[in-house]
Design a protein around this ligand. Structure first.
Ligand SMILES: *Cc1c(COP(=O)(O)O)cnc(C)c1O
Length: 223
């Protein structure tokens, strides 16, 4: 096993106060998560509903689980009872379904709106304009069992650090714009989730509040 404890502390040392670490544990077995948990890590991110459900059953109850993958509407019901944050909401349809399922458990589920800024075709998420339209449309205001806590994005998977920085800066600027226009009275609209193993240092420069780091802590994933 990777030296999870050592890697975890190294990442934590690189994060300024106020930047949270979501340890991305997808495709890693329970003992990896337990090793991080023993060091005090409490926020873990997973991208598959079935895998997450198995881990939730067996791992400590005070873990905060973030769902970071593309979530199909028909699977929301399985995670609604316990999920702390759904990071990658990219449609009104999905948001409505989260709201409906959260209501069944009398919960308010925190979500992030996923932005599509990267050049890659395959990534999900709202373009900046689609995100503006979504918020302007206002239907989200009726949904009392979801709370929009901020924005999430993945930068392009490239070596060009200036491109990554440009994309994250765009996301940070969009956050400011949307905050001023739609969330000025909501101090809990505050999260900027960007930065992964290869670019979380750039993300911190670009005002990330939440980095999602997997490989650097747990090693390569075995699919
Ligand atoms: C897998 C994943 C990560 C973590 O990536 P690493 O390169 O292993 O740090 C972060 N965010 C999302 C959305 C992911 O799917």
């Amino acid at each position: 096993m990777y030296d999870v404890a050592k890697n975890l502390h190294e990442v934590l040392r690189n994060l300024p106060d106020g930047v949270k670490l979501v340890a991305i544990s997808k495709f890693h077995p329970n003992e990896y998560l337990e090793a991080a948990y023993r060091e005090g890590q409490r926020i873990f991110g997973e991208s598959q509903v079935q895998e997450l459900s198995g881990k939730v059953e067996t791992l400590p109850k005070d873990i905060e689980w973030h769902f970071i993958g593309h979530l199909q509407t028909n699977k929301v019901k399985y995670i609604a009872p316990y999920i702390s944050m759904i990071e990658a909401v990219d449609s009104l349809k999905l948001l409505k379904e989260i709201n409906k399922q959260a209501a069944k458990y009398n919960r308010v589920i925190n979500v992030l709106l996923e932005l599509h800024i990267a050049k890659e075709e395959t990534k999900y998420g709202f373009s900046p304009d689609a995100c503006r339209e979504f918020l302007e449309n206002g239907e989200w205001r009726e949904l009392k069992n979801v709370h929009i806590s901020g924005l999430m994005m993945m930068a392009s998977n490239v070596d060009d650090r200036s491109q990554i920085k440009q994309e994250m800066t765009l996301a940070a600027n969009l956050f400011d714009e949307l905050k001023a226009k739609y969330f000025a009275n909501d101090p809990e609209f505050k999260e900027r989730s960007w930065g992964m193993s290869h670019d979380y240092d750039i993300a911190v420069e670009c005002r990330s509040t939440m980095v999602r780091v997997g490989t650097t802590i747990f090693g390569p994933r075995v699919y």
